[in-house]
Ligand binder design. Structure first.
Ligand SMILES: Cc1cn([C@H]2C[C@H](O)[C@@H](COP(=O)(O)OP(=O)(O)O[C@H]3O[C@@H](C)C(=O)[C@@H](O)[C@H]3O)O2)c(=O)[nH]c1=O
Length: 189
């Protein structure tokens, strides 16, 4: 496995090893010890799997607030997405900045998103299947969203605002300027 830093050092791109043979392939997609040694410390408690039919489906930007904040390790087993992580840690040198990376079944890559980041993605292919591990349980009371296409964030989404397919919930998310200081840099836990 190869771990690469991104423009926000705490967000990491991972290339998992894939062993191909005449049957198909084998891949370790998570290994507590090895990921920890690579600086990715996650006590995962839940695995999630979503499928998005149409190209241009947008899910996000989402996060859970403390004490139910979640780190996420995301990957794609069918299709591809533009995956986005926005730094929402007040006082962070990269506050308000984001990482955007194509995560795909073909590239077999993963993105590690620590606590203190809002996360979302836009599908680039039909029927994209998105898998992710999280290190705290789903808690609707702690769940928050930010407007995915807020111009303040400057995210180059691969879909026009009026063509994106969103959940009803995600059409009503507040803008970045209205975000309370849920996370303080250095105290994300
Ligand atoms: C996230 C989640 C949802 N659900 C339920 C609630 C709801 O009825 C249904 C669909 O939920 P949502 O519309 O919130 O699903 P979705 O928009 O896919 O939410 C996800 O988006 C991505 C970008 C993330 O980063 C995730 O953390 C999560 O917020 O699934 C769970 O039971 N457990 C979960 O962990």
């Amino acid at each position: 496995m190869i771990v690469t830093e991104t423009n926000i050092p705490e967000v990491k791109l991972i290339a998992a090893k894939k062993f191909g043979d005449e049957r198909g392939f084998f891949s370790e997609t998570f290994n507590l010890e090895r990921y920890r040694d690579a600086g990715i410390s996650m006590d995962c408690v839940q695995d999630n799997h979503s499928m998005s039919g149409p190209v241009g489906t947008v899910r996000g930007l989402h996060f859970q607030i403390p004490p139910k904040a979640q780190a996420k390790l995301v990957r794609v087993v069918r299709g591809s997405v533009l995956d986005v992580a926005v730094d929402i840690r007040k006082g962070s040198p990269t506050y308000g900045q984001h990482v955007a990376a194509v995560i795909s079944a073909k590239d077999w890559n993963q993105l590690y998103i620590p606590k203190g980041f809002a996360h979302g993605f836009c599908t680039l292919e039909p029927d994209t299947e998105f898998l992710y591990k999280v290190d705290d349980y789903y808690s609707p009371e702690h769940e928050k969203g930010i407007q995915w296409d807020d111009p303040d964030l400057g995210i180059a989404w691969p879909v026009e605002g009026d063509k994106a397919l969103l959940s009803a919930k995600d059409t009503g998310n507040p803008g970045f300027a209205d975000l309370p200081d849920y996370f303080i840099y250095g105290k994300e836990g």
